[in-house]
Design a protein around this ligand. Structure first.
Ligand SMILES: [Zn+2]
Ligand SMILES: [Zn+2]
Length: 244
């Protein structure tokens, strides 16, 4: 099933991942996939035997369209609050995210780039559905939502990129600050995102230290499979992989 550890479920649309964290019958979603993933949320709630309004909150690791997905719909139809780091809040509201440091044309030699682009296009995942009301969370703050994660600010992929650190279960949702599958080249293993999708790859590499310091045992990335060998080993591998 979708459960990766008790209380944490991984959902994937084949390109990006999002997570459902439960506590006392209430749910925190970490990211919201692409807009068409709404159907997967409804299916998952049915499996869990929970009503739509059990979705308390959508925490966005960053404001990119393959992660903001159905967040606005969760807000309007489930009554969930949508929260993101202040530095990505305007992008979530306006639907306009900042420019990456380089283009993506050079990745088009890789079949994986087409797989990603067409995979997102099919579900409306290539542009942000603006979130009309976005609240923020502060760096280092234990957020008062189910699971009580702490926001770890890890800028580089976007200015407001955050990992969400569920200390009690030692689970670290890294968003796109550290992934285990490169959505442009297809390379597997821990790594930062490709430069064509980062605002600053150097900042992304520097931010790995903050992930490492959590010493989390389970790393749940925005792209790729869960990494069960701990945050420190993941960061070592990501540093060795470098930029792409
Ligand atoms: Zn992203
Ligand atoms: Zn992504």
């Amino acid at each position: 099933m979708a459960e990766v550890v008790p209380g944490v479920r991984k959902l994937s649309n084949g390109v990006s991942n999002w997570y459902v964290v439960g506590e006392g019958g209430k749910l925190t979603l970490v990211d919201a996939g692409k807009p068409s993933d709404w159907k997967a949320l409804l299916r998952e709630l049915e499996v869990m035997g929970l009503p739509l309004d059990s979705v308390d909150c959508v925490l966005l690791t960053h404001a990119h369209s393959d992660h903001t997905g159905f967040a606005e719909r969760a807000r309007t139809e489930a009554g969930a609050t949508v929260r993101v780091h202040p530095a990505d809040a305007e992008a979530a509201r306006s639907g306009k995210s900042g420019k990456a440091e380089s283009g993506v044309a050079r990745y088009l030699v890789h079949p994986e780039a087409y797989r990603t682009l067409f995979g997102l296009m099919a579900g409306g995942g290539l542009r942000i559905v603006p979130v009309a009301q976005v609240s923020t969370f502060a760096e280092g703050e234990a957020i008062d939502v189910p699971g009580h994660p702490r926001a770890v600010h890890v800028p580089g992929h976007t200015p407001g990129s955050c990992a969400l650190w569920f200390e009690a279960t030692s689970v670290l949702c890294t968003g796109d600050a550290l992934v285990t599958r490169n959505p442009m080249t297809g390379r597997r293993g821990p790594q930062i995102m490709p430069s064509g999708l980062n605002v600053s790859s150097q900042d992304a590499l520097d931010s790995l230290t903050a992930l490492e310091e959590t010493r989390a045992t389970l790393v749940l990335p925005g792209h790729g499979e869960p990494w069960r060998q701990g945050a420190e080993a993941a960061v070592r591998a990501a540093r060795a992989a470098g930029m792409s």
